[in-house]
Design a protein around this ligand. Sequence first.
Ligand SMILES: [Cu+2]
Length: 169
Amino acid sequence: MKTGLQAFVIGVASLVMTSANVTASLHEQHQASHGSHANDLHIMNGWVRALPPTQRVTAAYLTLHNASNQAIVIDGFSSPIAESAELHDSVLQDGQMRMVKQDTLILAPDEHKTLQPAGLHVMLMGLESMPKEGDQVEVCVKSGELQSCKAVPVLKMAPMDAMPHHQHH
Ligand SMILES: [Cu+2]
């Protein structure tokens, strides 16, 4: 587990940092890309990273949209491929990217929040086997009794349309 996490952290740290401000382009894709419509917590544009098959952890990235007029408190994640799933944030500390567990994520009315490499992500832990590029993996987001799920593709790298604003330092 420790080795897997370390390899994952190195992978995250080597990625290009991107802006969280992708709301404008996401709106254009909005209607086409929504997952569950069972409630007002919508999942858009998700993907799961394919890591080497020896790894037992990976990450899922999603854009979440609160389509209601009240704040939504997200308090859990799950996936059938993982024993457990946690929300992590990536924090740069002494030149190293570290992952910090988050218990909840609050979405204001009509807010979009993008989980993306080098930022917030859903850590999928205790994988029986690593999903392969091209597979579809279901990811579920919970808020109390509400749950939204979406099947998202497994990719080796972030899709370009999810990362429109590269920042160069
Ligand atoms: Cu993590």
